[in-house]
Design a protein. Sequence first.
Length: 637
Amino acid sequence: MSFSFQIRSYEEYKRAYAKSVAQPEEFWSEVAAQFSWRKKWDKVLEWDFRKPDVKWFINGKLNITENCLDRHLQARGDVPAIIWEPNGKDEPHRVITYDELHFKVNQFAQVLRNNGVCKGDRVCIYMGMIPELPIAMLACARMGAIHSVVFGGFSAQSISDRLQDAQAEFIITCDGAYRGAKAIPLKNVIDDALVSCPFVKTVIVYERTKTPVSMIKGRDKWWHDEISKVETQGNPAMPAEEMDAEDPLFILYTSGSTGKPKGVVHSSAGYMVYATYSFVNVFQYTPGDIHFCTADIGWITGHTYIVYGVLCAGGTSLMYEGLPTWPDAGRLWDIVDKHKAHILYTAPTAIRSLMGYGLAPLERKKLDSLKVLGTVGEPINEEAWHWYDEHIGKKRLPIVDTWWQTENGGILISNLAGVTPAKPSYATLPLPGIQPVIVDEQGKEITGNNVSGNLCIRFPWPSIIRTTYGDHERCRLNYFATYDNMYFTGDGCYRDENGYYRITGRVDDVLNVSGHRIGTAEVENAINMHTGVLESAVVGYPHGLKGQGIYAYVIMDKMPEDMVLMQADILQTVTRVIGPIARPDKIQFVTGLPKTRSGKIMRRILRKIAEGEIDNLGDTSTLLDPAVVDEIKTRKI
Ligand code: PRX
């Protein structure tokens, strides 16, 4: 569908931006009016960043699935909502129209109801990239349950931590998930996780890979059996639950600088409004466009730009089950051509990886359906940007470099495709409603252009994080306490002579590996679980493919005789505790770590060594034992 909030020119952008700052309530009220509400809000915004307490569209009532589904049925019921491309090239793809998606979501919401799920209950979803994943999410949203999707690459331990934190009693999973040549046994991982989560009442299992599973009587149920029961009941209509604007829609766990991931909570209305607003404007969505986002739905990018934003706009979301490079490095381009995708939204890591295969995989690929290209998740280096521009966009397509975070719900800084100027490796300008501020370490605002510092946002936008689940103080400390009365992003940035923003990377102890956020403390905790490890310190270093690699310095109870074997052992531990995404790229065994007299590890030094800058370590005189540094330097990998 079309929305009158769609910005069509640079002049319009400037006007919209100016209004969003001068009259934010009026601005967002006009945007929100274009959605379907059960009851209109009484007041647009109340906020206090110091608590933090942010409320949008106060006392408004709605259900997001009525915006994603019901409102499209009359005009667009037979339009594809989801086109699904399977992992293997030989399996047929699936097309699910809005009518069909509405039906399936209702059916599965009824399954949830039959299994005792109530409004406000937390439901953990651990599935591969199949249409049943968004169906499960939307079914939760329809009946007011709060979903917590956990990326299929996380380990049993990570799932257990998340289940306990959210006190989730319901799980939706698959027997397995295909990823390239492998079938990952998801249900088995869930079984391992549930050893420490006896409070889980029900596990619903969708059969995808026919991987052998053990079904526990009374707890585990097959998706298809539960659907048959609903069919036997005559598929009773499942009216959408009326939700308050501020009722939580979902929790999504993300890494921070502490050892424990936090459950970012998003609201129903604010999230919906901003997800859709940003989708339509950044990608310049026009009705009929097929939007291909290659992210996994287990991350925020998939939540917003495969599921909610696209469906609220009445668009067609093309989702792919497998890997960009399997069975060959032309797979993504084949998918674009096969389904005639108009928008391609992917991560710089994927672009760099595909670049590595040269131009042969692009031979005979047309790519002529594409209108807009996008990147997300990590800074894009100029080389990758130019490759994307030249070989995929054929120098005729706009590329949007979209900067945002799990906590933001939607894109905050990006050019608008073909509407506002682009600049390689720059996210460029803030979307209307977003007020970036650059501050120095003391929190003093740095004004003017050609400046750099830490990136904060001074005013709330509708999809800002509301809390961290079960621990509001943590939310305050993480995002709102570093700088007074501002949301702190954790990112550093540079503002050029035109006022365009370039995001330079995290300034806290968070790594960005292949566009995935990983806390150094989390990886250290995992390494320290290995019996022989006394202490470890983890830092990032530049990695040609992944953006950042993980470098671990490890002290063992005694220096291992077989270093390679011990490294493999530690990698296995990290895989078990967190998952393969957190495996260090390099492990160096050391006898000590550079610490200050107060016992604090000087990561700056470790980072420099990992980056190979061993002759430029700066002042080491405050170290308790400066000799440690020489030892680390000589044994650097
Ligand atoms: O450091 C920034 C980086 O990814 C972080 C957010 O990670 P996550 O919450 O997992 O969300 C990723 C997808 C939205 C940010 O703090 N980041 C994200 N997009 C960009 C980026 N860095 C540079 N340029 C971007 N376009």
